[in-house]
Design a protein around this ligand. Structure first.
Ligand code: NAP
Length: 320
């Protein structure tokens, strides 16, 4: 099939494009920067340059590509973990831009897909942390995203709710929203690279275990996330799918294991009240409250199986 990937140069895009090409698909990869066209070519796709927030440019490039499937993996969060982003995501430029990519960017791609006669749209969503605080311990796709998030998380959550609603409601084809777990592995924030944004503070012992560390995170290796995305390009009906490994786990289990895999000292401990003061409400909630996500639906309906069934295996063998 002809597949148009918006976000071809991102951590996920760099795994996804070669996997699509290996499956025989013809891929067009979008980037904002003329300088990244060579990267897109090396991945095996034809590059196009457009700003996802420019509806005319997006419409023109999608029309010229004539894709059967559009994949939306856009964010502006890459490589950034500022104090402002953690404490006040609602005021951080990266977060505000990401919310625009998930609302306006989604709408522009959907309009372009409809106009060109595409029949499938696959988009990112989030199951990693913070979006399931009430309800069952293992969240299925039937659970709503957090209806009452901390104020700082509200704009981000509203953008995701917009994306999921708009994508899964299309009438001109199948619209799938993939709630990815936290990415780890090459090119992601959790990797062996010296500048990996999440690994760096763990190495410096600046990623503490907050309270009882009871917040449950769902992880997915970046290769497995890309394989699930390929499966969603090829199969599945409109709806939401959790793309996570088999073993959601509390922070108190995975954080010391990750520190050890990174050759770092064990994490320090910090009481909740102090974490609230130092890191803010969002970080404290993420470390103590989320529920895990179930991957049963993706396995059943997309025929997807993660190669790294647990982060335990992945942290030991797949950090890059
Ligand atoms: N990281 C996680 O743990 C995680 C968890 C759950 C869900 N997700 C979601 O999964 C998706 C993939 O994440 P990722 O880590 O691969 O993202 P990433 O590495 O930050 O890549 C972002 C991509 O978006 C493109 N982009 C940004 N602004 C653009 C604009 N204005 N116009 C055109 N392209 C633009 C970038 O292209 P250029 O720089 O080449 O222009 C790049 O290809 C994201 O949507 C993310 O929200 C991530």
């Amino acid at each position: 099939m002809k597949v148009f990937v918006a976000g071809a140069t991102g951590a996920l895009g760099r795994e996804l494009v070669p996997q699509l090409v290996a499956r025989g698909h013809e891929v067009v990869g979008m980037t904002r920067s003329a300088s990244k066209q060579e990267l897109v070519r090396r991945l095996g796709a034809r590059p196009v340059v457009a700003d996802a927030l420019d509806p005319d440019a997006v419409a023109q490039e999608v029309a010229s590509a004539e894709p059967e499937v559009i994949v939306h993996e856009l964010t502006a969060l890459s490589g950034k973990l500022s104090v402002r982003l953690i404490r006040h995501p609602e005021r951080s430029a990266a977060s505000i831009m990401t919310n625009r990519l998930r609302t306006e960017g989604t709408d522009h791609l959907l309009a372009a897909g409809r106009a060109v006669g595409a029949r499938r749209f696959v988009a990112q969503s989030i199951a990693a942390f913070g979006f399931g605080r009430a309800g069952a311990p293992l969240q299925t796709e039937a659970e709503p995203l957090d209806p009452d998030p901390p104020a700082a998380m509200r704009p981000g959550l509203e953008a995701i709710v917009h994306l999921e609603g708009a994508v899964t409601a299309i009438e001109w084809g199948e619209g799938l929203a993939l709630r990815y777990g936290a990415f780890y592995g090459p090119g992601t924030g959790f990797s062996l690279a010296p500048d990996a944004v999440m690994a760096a503070p763990i190495r410096k012992r600046r990623f503490p275990l907050v309270g009882g560390g009871g917040g449950v995170w769902s992880f997915v290796h970046i290769e497995d996330a890309a394989a699930a995305t390929v499966a969603a390009v090829e199969h599945g009906q409109s709806g939401v799918y959790n793309i996570v490994d088999d073993e959601p786990a509390p922070v108190r289990e995975w954080l010391p294991a990750l520190a050890s895999a990174l050759n770092a000292k064990p994490p320090r401990r910090m009481p909740r009240w102090l974490a609230r003061l130092v890191a803010g409400e969002m970080a404290t909630v993420m470390m103590t409250e989320p529920k895990g996500a179930s991957n049963e639906k993706a396995k059943r309906e997309l025929g997807w199986q993660p190669r790294y069934t647990s982060w335990r295996l992945g942290f030991a063998q797949g950090l890059g």
